[in-house]
Design a protein around this ligand. Structure first.
Ligand code: SF4
Length: 292
């Protein structure tokens, strides 16, 4: 048994101050972290509860967009009137993920940080997993890898990011606000997750000790002309075999610019840049999507 301490700070500064060392983890809804702790994959010695920091609000941003607090539950974000009206793509992505019970607990910040569901990662009975035990190999390369990466993988890891929300955030060009020991910074959603390369144990560009405080959604016409589609092995409660988030800036029926982002196929949401650019200037009446 690993000794564990728990603290519940009431403001962001105290939470960041408590989050210093590598064995200290922030905990929100705990829907992924607790599972991984029970499985012996994650072994924190200190948990800092970030549920009481006032990060559970959704509010209008100064630029006309929307700011979603990192502590907002996935269910609340999906059903918020402003999200449903102005960012239906994001609402669709939230509702495509997990079960209602999990969505009721899971937070936006936790969703950004959820870890791969690769069987060899979540089951410590398997010795070879570079993500869980750097340098140990990758059992999935020659094992069960039907749902693993087809884009951006490395010889060290072929895992995929399991989130639906993350795919939508990249399509919406969202910005993630974080606060850490060295101050505040912003990370574009497309730069938040990383490819595995030589270090598959590192999922994101977040530094240890940095706390996600909110996600900013810009307001453009693309947020309305958008859709999230997800294919999976059963109709609910399953991770994506592949998903697609599309957001289009339109002038009349002509595409000014578009973002196509694919989920379930890489270690990060995959921005299909060439396909997105191919839509520019096309009329929706004439575009041959087979060419895109
Ligand atoms: Fe581990 Fe990545 Fe290989 Fe899965 S794909 S076994 S997570 S190294």
């Amino acid at each position: 048994m690993i000794p564990l301490t728990y603290s519940r700070p009431s403001d962001i500064r105290a939470a960041v101050a408590a989050g210093g060392d590598e064995n200290t983890y922030f905990i929100g809804g705990g829907t992924n972290l607790i599972d991984l702790m029970k499985a012996g994959v994650e072994k924190p010695t200190r948990l800092v509860d970030v549920n009481h920091l006032g990060l559970d609000k959704i509010e209008a941003a100064k630029d006309g967009g929307l700011r979603i607090g990192a502590g907002v539950r996935n269910t609340d974000a999906a059903n918020h009137p402003a999200v449903r009206k102005d960012y239906p793509l994001l609402s669709q992505a939230f509702l495509a993920g997990a079960s209602a019970q999990l969505r009721n607990m899971a937070t936006v910040g936790g969703n950004l940080l959820q870890r791969t569901r690769c069987d060899y990662f979540v089951d410590t009975g398997f010795d070879h997993c570079n993500k869980r035990k750097p340098g140990s190999g990758c059992a999935a390369l020659k094992g069960w890898n039907r749902t693993h990466a087809i884009l951006g993988a490395s010889e060290h890891c072929v895992a995929v990011n399991p989130s639906d929300m993350n795919v939508a955030l990249v399509a919406l060009d969202a910005v993630i606000n974080v606060q850490g020991p060295n101050g505040d910074r912003q990370i574009h959603a497309s730069d938040f997750h990383r490819l595995p390369g030589d270090h598959p144990e590192i999922d994101t560009t977040l530094k240890h000790g940095e706390l996600i405080t909110s996600v900013d959604l810009p307001k453009t016409s693309a947020t309305q002309n958008a859709c999230y589609l997800k294919l999976r092995e059963r109709n609910s409660y399953a991770f994506a075999l592949v998903s697609v988030a599309v957001a289009l800036n339109l002038s009349g029926r002509t595409v000014q610019s578009g973002r196509i982002v694919i989920g379930g196929v890489a270690h990060k949401p995959w921005f299909a840049e060439d396909a997105s650019n191919a839509l520019n200037g096309k009329s929706l009446e004439n575009v041959d999507f087979a060419d895109v």
